[in-house]
Design a protein. Sequence first.
Length: 688
Amino acid sequence: MTDNDDLFGDGEAAPVKRAATPAKAATAKAARATAPQGTPGESGYDASAIEVLEGLEPVRRRPGMYIGGTDEKALHHLFAEVIDNSMDEAVAGHATFIEVELEEGGWLSVMDNGRGIPVDPHPKFPKKSALEVIMTTLHAGGKFDSKVYETSGGLHGVGVSVVNALSETLEVEVARGQTLYRQVFSRGVPQTKLETLGKVHNRRGTKVRFLPDEQIFGKGAHFLPRRLFKMARSKAYLFGGVEIRWKCASSLLEGVDGVPAEATFRFPNGLKDYLVHDIDGKELVTDQIFSGKITKQGGHGSLEWAVAWMADEDGFSSSYCNTVPTPEGGTHENGLRIALLRGLRDHAERVGQQKRIAPATTDDVMATCASMLSVFIREPEFQGQTKDKLATLEAGRIVEAAIRDAFDHWLAASPQQANKLLDWVIDRAEERLRRRQEKEVARKTATRKLRLPGKLADCSNAGAAGSELFIVEGDSAGGSAKQARDRKTQAILPLRGKILNVASAGRDKLHQNQQLSDLVQALGCGMGSQYRDADLRYEKVIIMTDADVDGAHIASLLITFFYRQMPRLIDAGHLYLAVPPLYRLSHSGKTVYARDDADRDKHLKTTFKANSKVEIGRFKGLGEMLPGQLKETTMDPKKRLLLKVSVDPDERPETGETVERLMGNKPEARFTFIQERAAFADEAALDI
């Protein structure tokens, strides 16, 4: 939660400085007329130039200072602030469920069954209720006194008062003492007094319903159901004792896959369930996930963790403090890294491998490690207003001490798995040292001889900037492409037929596949955890396959390979798809090319006169195209069309699920996918 306010408790609010009244302004003006004149250059800069903003006006003037900006991420941060308040009530043991609802028109509401915001008059502002103080005053809340909340996500950053300031309208309902209260605000200003709506006997807690302000976030800005759904689900993983109920208007879910209109989240195993969901289908180094939960550490709250090592994937870390995500890590993540390395060093010493483990670092341990870490501590300190990085030093010591002991027991309980993990980390360390040595040798050598696959027709450009690698299917297409290319900047690598489907093949098959080995060798950047973007030999990697179904299949296999083995190549914007033509249309000396059937029909209607006898030629493959045609339509940077392959970071889990569903080793998943889209296939067949 936050230091500037929260939804629950009797926080104290600092007095607000008021702007000068007209009378005071006149007095100040008269004083200035008789005051000594300043030096040249100071004219116009006196006390009257000092502006004092009241209430929540600073938030509206400079929203970036409080929520990091006014973009999509900042918009969704409003939801995080509101649900964090309810989560604090749940963690404190006062709420058992939280309801999240996205309504038509962009309204979002969060309701819990906690204690409810206090509604009695505030001691320092007797004319205002505590609810109004909390909603309209920065740095007002119940998080400053640990008697109200033992742990919370606050004392640094923003809060519900900032959400109020940046909302066109915000409504608060509080059920407290069997009585229902309500107050409405607009852009941080109360529109009604605190209203008493009557008695309620089966409800308690707080409901916040708000509509983000288009003046701040821009016209058309709206919450994304998928993003809210993921954020709500993650909160349920972080605290196994809470139930989160999700509801979304069905009209907002059109075209949004994987997000139901209603769902209930409750995960008794907490972070372990979370990690199992995120690494589903991945091959692991150890059979078991290292997980655990410990309460009351050093006078603080609790900590929970789940760790697994993947065989063929880059690692990732997801950490939280008091249920607030810390995407930039911090002291708690450092404690985890140190505990894992020291635990492995102790195990290596027990089995006589201390010399081999000596060069290993925390980076070697975490290279393919998928980790989830959640800590609950009192009065956390963060770097940055939006709490992206934890800075509490004691958190690192608490995490290291707790996890170190648990990791020692976990390793000792399964010596075979422990040795397997030890060998894996040692291999990562040796690979890192080998790469560093190769770089040192390369710097010392005047000319570096590269081992390149025989079928690669490399470009003459010495650096990666401006260089392109075209991956084509077959020697025939490769021959045409080699003649059509610009030898200075364009390299050609022909592949024989369809490559291995890495989504359904084992690790051994992957490393034994010659075509993929040639591709990795040509790129020069390694794959998996050994991938290094700085070593990539080309600025653009372009998949150029035939414009038919077989070509699309080969392109899908190649994209799957890059997504699974070189995701950072995609993230860096290096991967592209060429768009070769499928048809050549000519009449009376005029020639045009069409990408597909729809493009062909469009040209027949718009490019050529009606009833013209247009000659239509269909290319069976790139190999049948003349080098000049291939250059003109597909390879010339001035005329070609390229499609960049990218993955939305917010939809990465859904993308992984789709790749596994369509390309994995479960044919029944693909069959279900086809059945679900049978109507679309029928329509496409009718169009043909």
